[in-house]
Write a protein that binds this ligand. Structure first.
Ligand SMILES: Cc1ncc(COP(=O)(O)O)c(C=O)c1O
Length: 413
């Protein structure tokens, strides 16, 4: 694994954690976009404790339990369109692999299309779909067959001065070329996309592009899969990023913030599609374990009650405005972008190339000043903020001040 820090952490609460030697840090990583309610939210802790004292594990093959049924019903209620049926697994990558199996089994087709820059996880299936860094695939070839990649509509990286519309048109043109030159669309089971690219750079896919993908997939009987492992549960200022474009995928993959730090993944589709997945075609010993489901229910309950999705949208705008004011003038800042609390600051060097070294220096300086913040982008050129949706104003202000100071320092060295 990549070791980002050597901190030994003792406890954590809200947007802060403390090391074993009692040093306090502000946490702008949130367990990599997992802790939507911050660390150790009391209602999540209580739900875990209560569930643990009544049922820890039985196995979904052998019976239903309340927490899993209630969570499936809740997900059916809050996910877009007709998505109403859930298969539970333990992680994002595992859920992605399940979605691949579902797509292949339901369509009887072999091929899959994913996007350059995308990240879907570390299992062999998810690693094959991933294309955010060659290092994730090195040593593991040959990976799964039948997988093709086309460019993500990421204007800033596709070409200097390219507009969002041009990037979307280019990406769709490459899809058309792929159909003509490499794989007949009738052979394609699914197109898998992060509607808002996470690890690859915190870049939203334009709504019009997602509409076109929906139209093309429908025309060819291809399933559209949205990987919302990182974007789900309010991160982008909507409960799900799919809502920005008002596009309902055939399969929605969830994990991370779903269950407030407990391991859980979900493959959500409509019942008709799920029923095309043959019995015994998939399974999991731990998937949908009662404690993770109880934590998820508590977390969704708090997100709804405290209107944290709306807060994410409003607070995100304020933060982007503040960052533009404080650091927007620096020539090394290529772009400050954000939708809700999915905020990225992309850096460039003096030649306009990705500002990889700058970002590393900013992270190091921030950590020295007791702020944990991380990066994304295929060249590590973007600082990404993954704040709890309920972050206290005071912690937010303190963390942003440390970050802005670190950016100004690194940019003026
Ligand atoms: C968009 C996306 N999909 C899938 C995954 C994999 O999830 P996990 O680490 O839970 O396997 C991640 C993890 O970062 C992710 O960001």
């Amino acid at each position: 694994m990549t070791r980002v820090t050597n901190l030994v952490v003792k406890n954590a609460h809200g947007a802060k954690f403390w090391t074993v030697d009692d040093v306090e840090y502000i946490d702008f990583v949130s367990g990599v976009a997992v802790n939507a309610l911050g660390h150790t939210h009391p209602e999540v802790v209580k739900a875990i404790q209560d569930q643990a004292s009544s049922l820890i594990h039985l196995g979904l093959n052998y019976g239903y339990y309340e927490s899993v049924v209630n969570l499936a019903e809740k997900l059916a209620e809050i996910t877009p369109g007709d998505l109403d049926t859930v298969f539970f697994s333990n992680s994002g990558a595992e859920a992605i692999d399940g979605a691949i199996k579902l797509a292949r089994a339901a369509t009887g087709r072999p091929a899959l299309i994913a996007f350059e820059g995308s990240f879907h996880g570390r299992t062999i299936g998810a690693t094959t779909l991933t294309a955010s860094s060659a290092k994730y695939k090195k040593h593991y070839e040959p990976l799964m067959g039948g997988v093709y990649h086309i460019p993500y509509p990421y204007a800033l990286q596709l070409g200097k001065g390219m507009s969002e519309q041009e990037a979307a048109a280019y990406s769709l043109d490459r899809l058309q070329k792929l159909f003509e030159l490499q794989v007949d669309p009738a052979q394609v089971a699914a197109i898998i996309i992060e509607p808002f690219m996470g690890e690859g750079g915190y870049v939203p896919a334009p709504a019009a592009f997602l509409h076109q993908l929906r139209r093309i997939t429908e025309k060819h009987g291809i399933l559209l899969v949205f990987d919302e492992v990182q974007t789900g549960f309010g991160r982008t200022g909507k409960m799900f990023a799919a809502e920005h474009a008002e596009v309902t995928p055939d399969i929605l993959v969830l994990a991370k913030a779903l269950s407030a730090g407990m391991p859980l993944g979900a493959i959500v589709a409509n019942r008709e599609l799920h029923e095309k997945w043959p019995v015994a075609g998939h399974g999991s010993t731990f998937g949908g374990n009662p404690i993770s489901c109880a934590a998820a229910l508590a977390s969704i309950h708090v997100i709804e009650r405290e209107q944290l999705v709306e807060r994410s949208a409003a607070l995100g705008n304020q933060i982007v405005e503040r960052l533009k004011q404080e650091i927007g003038h620096l020539t090394s800042v290529a772009q400050i972008r954000g939708t809700g609390l999915m905020i990225g600051v992309e850096f460039q060097d003096e030649n306009g190339n990705p500002g990889t070294k700058l970002v590393a220096a900013i992270r190091e300086e921030a950590l020295k000043n007791k702020l944990l913040v991380t990066s994304c982008g295929v060249y590590g050129q973007t600082i990404r903020l993954m704040l709890p949706l309920n972050i206290a104003e005071e912690d937010l202000d303190k963390g942003l001040t440390i970050l802005e100071t670190a950016i100004v320092k690194a940019a003026t060295v």
